[in-house]
Design a protein around this ligand. Structure first.
Ligand SMILES: O=C(CO)COP(=O)(O)O
Length: 271
């Protein structure tokens, strides 16, 4: 993340919580209420740092009602969407439905979708396009497993996922897209990539976006890091030039911990 001379970030920092398959619709409301109270007590300025949560589908209607009823500034989104609009796709959820529920974002290609559900790059590209078609911003997740990291081909592997995911997007869409770099070996393991690892990959992703869509677009696309982010490591990662936010799993289920990540600016090292 770049801090310009006036202290403002070039791209609005984005702190997102992926609840995965945790929190039923009652627990989800309690979690979001606690998060909102904690941030309100801390006088969090949502215009400086954007906050989003990705609850299970069954929570989304309740989340929408709470956000509207209490006029919360927290954005929310689905953890997946179908590449299709509607029809005989049992168990799938259309981007149209997410849009209708007020979802601003949707995760696409989380490593748990790629591995457990065998989602291919082609399917994920179709999902990215379906999200845009239905007015929901995709958060495209990319990242390598441990074997690839050990072989040293992690940058090329991740850029290949990126190229496949963004194929055929317009410049406008590429600028709006959010990309999350989540090395699989760092997800849920407590093993966090160092700030310099996160920066290395985010810089490579931005350079790739620049070669595909031009410098003006690449300067706007927000890039996140995800994998064992906690309150005590978030600020150092977010200080990196090309890291514009974090996608948090486990720590987003604890409202105090997640609120501390959102308030990372109060932990920034200034010189
Ligand atoms: O997969 C993740 C977020 O999408 C990261 O999960 P953890 O923060 O639990 O490692």
């Amino acid at each position: 993340m770049t801090t310009s001379t006036n202290g403002a970030f070039d791209r609005k920092p984005f702190i997102a919580g992926n609840w995965k398959m945790n929190m039923d619709h009652v627990q989800g409301i309690t979690l979001l209420q606690k998060l909102a109270w904690t941030l309100s007590d801390a006088k969090h300025d949502y215009s400086r740092v954007e906050v989003a949560v990705f609850p299970p589908f069954t929570d989304l209607r309740g989340v929408q009602t709470l956000v509207q009823g209490d006029d919360l500034q927290v954005a929310y989104g689905g953890q997946d969407l179908s590449q299709f609009d509607s029809g005989a796709y049992t168990g799938d959820i259309s981007g149209q439905f997410l849009n209708k529920l007020g979802c601003k974002y949707v995760l696409v290609g989380h490593s748990e979708r790629r591995t457990i559900h065998n989602e291919s790059d082609d399917v994920l590209n179709a999902k990215v396009k379906a999200a845009f078609k239905h007015g929901v911003t995709p958060v495209l997740c990319v990242g390598e497993g441990l074997e690839i990291r050990q072989a040293g081909t992690h940058v090329e592997h991740t850029l290949q996922q990126l190229r496949a995911g963004v194929a055929g997007l317009t410049n406008e869409q590429a600028a709006e897209l959010v990309v999350a770099y989540e090395p699989v070996w760092a997800i849920g393991t407590g093993e966090v990539a160092g700030p310099e690892d996160a920066q290395e990959m985010c810089a490579a992703i931005r350079a790739e976006l620049e070669s595909l869509f031009g410098a003006d677009v690449a300067a706007k696309t927000r890039l996140l890091y995800g994998g064992s982010v906690k309150a005590n490591n978030a600020a150092a990662i977010l200080q990196e030039r090309d890291v514009d936010g974090v996608l948090v799993g486990g720590a987003s289920l604890d409202p105090a911990e997640f609120a501390n990540i959102v308030r990372f600016e109060s932990h920034l090292v200034t010189d």
